[in-house]
Design a protein around this ligand. Structure first.
Ligand code: CP
Ligand code: NVA
Length: 309
């Protein structure tokens, strides 16, 4: 069976735990090496990852390129606008062709149905590099980051502030798979897709939704936010106004545990979803989180190639 990674559930909790453990080991083992040098075992030597971007990216693009490089392989990029996909070639035909030419496909796009269509027609692994629905690769890096900083995931308390978006969906999915709780503080009209919470709750996670930001962060181990306006959305004044009470401020962070960690997948908008004092302050793990995209994406690739989990 080809291993596609469209959502965290495709791998499951045990495989995600294995990804985190392997990322910690590989990161330690290559300490001191130049960033572009391959790991000693170069497990993906000779493999090529095709990366398709129909939306902007800095971290996902660079981290996947560095990840496969460090695993001994290489990558190539197709932009939506300059490939035949952008001129109407079907997703199915693109999937078939790339499967003959490359060893795996990572795609960032809007409509999640497109990535599912890609996976249906690809005979090599398809990896979700972000859709409007979810961002599973980011969350593997987030989990790795908090674990590295000493958090035991089972039973931990996470707070989300702001928009009910793709990143939140994957956090809630992770909560079900790895048994932690999420309190979601979002304004009316911007709730996440309830199917993620139902699935996580069925697996034993406590997922609660509140309109009250201090209630969401009270006693939290991890506080997370993201842009209020995701790629492809309107920068509407009405939305920004609704989001303002959910801005992560110093006062709001003070309601979380004293040793709470702050995460943000980036890019950030200081003065909107978070103030500079928090994102650039001592509780913020954002630079480790960004670097960990490389180490987490290596684990995702190894899992997709059947070498992990
Ligand atoms: N966090 C994240 O996915 O960043 P990019 O949009 O830069 O890839
Ligand atoms: N929610 C954001 C994440 C960017 C990495 C977006 O979809 O634009």
């Amino acid at each position: 069976m080809t291993r596609h990674f469209l959502n965290l559930t495709d791998a499951g909790g045990d495989a995600i735990a294995a990804m985190i453990a392997d990322a910690i080991d590989r990161k330690a083992a290559r300490k001191g090496l130049p960033k572009g040098a391959a790991d000693a075992d170069a497990p993906l030597a000779g493999r090529t990852l095709a990366m398709i971007f129909e939306k902007n990216s800095t971290r996902t693009r660079v981290s996947f390129d560095m990840a496969i490089r460090q695993l001994g392989g290489s990558s190539l990029i197709l932009e939506g606008a300059t490939s035949q996909l952008g001129r109407g070639e079907t997703v199915a035909d693109t999937a078939r062709v790339l499967s003959r030419m490359c060893d795996a496909i990572m795609i960032r796009t809007g409509d999640h149905a497109k990535i599912e269509e890609m996976a249906r027609h690809a005979s090599v692994p398809v990896i979700n590099g972000l859709t409007d629905l979810s961002h599973p690769c980011q969350i593997v890096a987030d989990l790795l980051t908090v674990v590295e900083h000493g958090l035991a995931l089972p039973g931990s308390q996470w707070a989300w502030l702001g928009d009910g978006n793709n990143v939140l969906h994957s956090i809630v999915e992770a909560a079900g798979l790895l048994k932690f709780d999420v309190r979601i503080g979002v304004p009316q009209g911007y709730d996440p897709d309830p199917s993620f919470a139902s699935a996580a709750q069925a697996l034993g996670a406590r997922i609660t939704l509140t309109r009250d930001a201090p209630e969401a962060v009270a006693g939290a181990d991890v506080v997370v936010t993201d842009t209020w306006v995701s790629m492809g959305q309107d920068h509407a004044d009405e939305k920004l106004k609704a989001m303002m009470p959910y801005q992560v401020t110093v006062a709001l962070m003070a309601g979380a545990r004293a040793d709470a960690k702050f995460l943000h997948c980036l890019p950030a908008h200081r003065g909107e979803e978070v103030v500079a004092e928090v994102i650039d302050g001592p509780q913020s793990l954002i630079w480790d989180e960004a670097e960990n995209r490389i180490h987490a994406q290596k684990s995702v690739l190894l899992w997709a190639f059947g070498l992990l989990g």
